[in-house]
Design a protein around this ligand. Structure first.
Ligand code: ADP
Ligand code: DP6
Ligand code: CO
Length: 352
């Protein structure tokens, strides 16, 4: 009888505060700049993935939220091949270990948040896939080592293998062996830090991250300035702000980097627009909130989509969430796909 082997794992979302946008090697997914992110709590947003393998399966297959997705793209194939070769090493070293590396894999995955809408589904998705297969294959689970495999599936996924505050060091080797995620600080380091997710739209984006960033690399002049002049300095400053728990600096750098990333999108040719009118209202509201508070108490950031993530410290929760609720009360949960931006009329100023 042919046995089915299986294992289940989850993958968290990470939201970049210093954005990855651009590849210097498209096959190995090597980035044009280092990036920084915060891995969010899996109690809310997560991917849940079961990996199974059996000699009776015919091909590798992936289902996401019930729909069949191809696993024959070069990047998925590379991820599967890397995982299989690690399993083969174990099998070759110990004859008592079942020979399952060559069996086709069936991956069944569920995202409990919108897929391909700028909320890092590729990150949580590949992180969950790699964790589940690593568990199935009983691989050694050094997170930074696994992050190199995750990176080949989706760049941002390498950061989801680690918790807390994570840097993806771009590395400089041509084979990518030094392009991996490392932890800057764990979650407990800054227990006050919170993130609110504002789902402006759960629609699939029209320009996927992979093609969008390469259009930017090839057509934007501003992009060269961003990767050479802006990001390297910002990386050092943001890392320091995280280590020192300096919220105003962390927040300012986060907002500026979101702006910079969306600027190079606009500077691409033809231009790429990820922000919509509601996103812009959120930006205005957060700026007004910070002005009224007399200090920076909240930071917005937007990935490749219109949905906002707001970072703030718990001590300011009532101001930040209270205000967001007042203006965006329709943005309640994941199911809210049809928010009318006209509902949000942001005043020129307001007392706190
Ligand atoms: P996002 O902003 O959500 O990360 P991307 O355009 O970067 O959007 O990536 C979306 C792609 O990520 C999907 O088309 C799919 O290929 C992959 N993906 C999303 N969820 C999963 C998952 N649970 N398991 C494996 N791959 C996934
Ligand atoms: C704007 O990691 O989704 O979210 O490597 O092509 O899969 P691929 O792209 P992806 O790009 C993420 C871009 C971003 C910024 C970030 O997460 O750093
Ligand atoms: Co993505």
């Amino acid at each position: 009888m042919s046995e089915i082997y299986y294992a289940t794992s989850t993958g968290p979302v990470n939201i970049a505060t210093l954005k990855y946008w651009g590849k210097r090697d498209e096959d190995l997914n090597l980035p044009t700049n280092s990036s920084i992110s915060v891995t969010l709590d899996q109690a809310h947003l997560r991917t849940l993935t079961t990996a199974s393998c059996s000699s009776k399966f015919e091909t590798d297959q992936l289902w996401i939220n019930g729909a069949s997705y191809p696993l024959d793209g070069a990047r998925s194939k590379q991820v599967m091949a890397d995982l299989r070769s690690l399993r083969e090493e174990i099998e070759n070293g110990d004859s008592s270990i079942p020979k399952i590396a060559a069996f086709p894999l069936h991956i069944v995955s569920e995202n409990n948040f919108p897929t391909a809408a700028g909320l890092a589904s590729s990150a949580a998705g590949f992180a969950a896939l790699i964790s589940a297969v690593a568990k199935l294959y009983k691989l050694p689970t050094n997170a930074s080592e696994l992050s190199k495999i995750a990176r080949k599936g989706s760049g941002s996924a390498c950061r989801s293998l680690l918790g807390g505050y994570v840097a993806w060091e771009m590395g400089d080797l041509a084979n990518g062996e030094d392009s991996k995620a490392v932890q800057i600080a764990d979650k407990k380091h800054w227990p006050d830090m919170k993130a609110a997710i504002l789902v402006v739209s759960d629609m699939k984006k029209d320009v996927p991250s992979t093609s969008g960033m390469q259009l930017t690399v090839h057509t934007s002049d501003l992009f060269q300035y961003r990767i050479k002049e802006v990001v390297p300095k910002r990386f050092i400053a943001m890392r320091k702000a995280i280590i020192e728990k300096d919220f105003p600096t962390f927040a300012e750098l986060t907002m500026k980097d979101s702006n910079s990333f969306h600027s190079v999108c606009l500077d691409s040719y033809p231009p790429i627009f990820y922000l919509n009118d509601t996103s812009k209202r959120i930006i205005k509201l957060i700026n007004l909130l910070n002005q009224s508070a007399g200090e920076i108490i909240a930071a917005y950031t937007f990935d490749a989509g219109p949905n906002a993530v707001i970072y703030y410290e718990e001590k300011n929760e009532k101001y930040v969430l209270g205000l967001l609720h007042q203006f965006f009360s329709h943005l309640g949960g994941w199911e809210s796909s049809s928010f009318n931006p006209k509902d949000a009329v942001i005043p020129e100023s307001f007392p706190l």
